[in-house]
Design a protein around this ligand. Sequence first.
Ligand code: ATP
Length: 347
Amino acid sequence: MLRVENLNKFFNRNQVLFDINFEINKGVFLSILGPSGCGKTTLLRCIAGLEEVQSGKIFINGRDVTNFHPSNRNIAMVFQTYALYPHMTVKDNITIGLRIKKVPKNEIEQKLSKVVDFLKIGDILNKYPSQISGGQRQRVAIARALVKEPDIFLFDEPLSNLDALLREKAREEIKKILIELNATAVFVTHDQVEAMTLSDFIIVMDRGRIMQFGTPEEIYNNPQNFFTASFVGSPQINYYNCKVLDQKIIIENDLEIQKIDNLREGNYILAIRPEKILLEETKDSIKITGKTLFYDNLGSYFLINVLVNNVIFKVINKGKIERNQELNLYLPIKDIFVFTEDGKRVK
Ligand code: ATP
């Protein structure tokens, strides 16, 4: 349904997208995830045709649309601000695109009543955007996209203006709608929870490059580079500079642990997720002993900070553990990621 090939994008001399390649099938929900300024919105705008690309190709539903005007790409975009016209009623906001295209009146009414039923917004059709809530505005923006019956929905951080609770509800709603329609969607976000919960696939981006394309499970459990491992995961993955020597590993110039097989001597980054560190002995693990510093109460669990020599390990535990307790930590070797200094995964 969507294929992007060797896409490069410059603003004047400044390159902001580097050799972007990916494809998704019909019905796939894809998130583009990355920090502020990494090029997510620009990539979405290139797909929409709102930005010109300097090289590469974009295919939508089998057609090469690289040089097509946005209105001929059969896409619908939902913007962060929803971009509703303040002087138009909800009904007019939803149907404006169809009216511009001179779709016959009865056909417009038919399409309208379908999305109105679907999104349950019948009671606000004659209101103006200023008279409805943030959540309702979002539904109207989605309704406007739905009536176009596009090949692909493009969402540019559509939830970022909502408060945390509404955001979670809205997220569920978008997911439900798109699953019911078997719609194809590309969703830009800097919120990893949003990306993990909504998507079939995630593109992790950094400084204009795709760092990893994969399912949420692949991205989380099998990161291909340090950027992906450290960007995705909350609480964040534990990571340390380390030196691998002939017989041992030295972490942060301070803590010695046993050597991991097959690692050549050199400098690396070692990483392990907080939930992978265990307090009970388990086979094929590295044992270290430290003292508890403090804990963070995260509701359904506690994040225990443990000082081992001068290195802090964050560990997830069901219960709290008071400070200054001696604690053995077990790091299963299979759960330890090792990256080169420049971020490539080696184990
Ligand atoms: P955010 O999450 O903050 O919206 P983003 O990942 O969507 O960030 P983009 O908005 O795509 O990032 O911006 C990528 C880079 O391109 C940034 O360095 C930005 O300054 C630059 N940029 C974006 N739009 C323009 C423009 N119209 N002219 C020049 N540079 C631009």
